[in-house]
Unconditional design. Sequence first.
Length: 226
Amino acid sequence: MAKPSDNPQVNAERVRKLLSRWQLSLELHTRYLSLDDAHYWHVQPWPPHERPAAWIVRLARQKVAELSRTLAERNATGDVAFAVGLEQMLFLANLVGLQPAGRHLPLADPQNEQSEILPAAGRAASDTVRVRTARTRARVVRSQSSAARSAGTSTSASRPALPPVPAGARPVIEDAIRLLQWGRKWHELGELIAKLPQRPSVGDTRRLLRTHRARIEAAASAGSNQ
């Protein structure tokens, strides 16, 4: 949250944009209510938090809508002090830390949504949420390229050559790299990936992970350091 400025109009516009971001985020949270835990925790690169209950999401949407409506009414009458007060309260809440750790609704960003996690009907239902961004794909490609270069320069010293990657293993490897970069533990990967659409069974997934563990960990480490 930015520090309140000395220009009331700037404060008012900034609060309006923030409320718009919250509204969009809560729309996404509403769509995610139908997901099971395995899919929910991978649809966005969430920070640590407790998964919100449906009534919390609905209440938050109601309150944000009311606040947005009140802000628009006050701005229309020239009462910019209302927006200034809101921003000061938001600034202090973040500064002092009113939110208990983990008990919050993290901001859901359409740019970060992993669309393949959603059911087909959910992907077709909304035109506000984009497919996986080119930025995410580029990061995975860079991570794999960096890992391949590192493996190539070190094989002569002590590392054995990495096994080739069959086409069917690529989605599992990409999932594993992404999950490790999001902070998931290695022992969790097999079950989490197997629950995703069009992925192998748990046993086959774990076998692929064991076979390509060196490649996955090197790529995840390279991506995290960028």
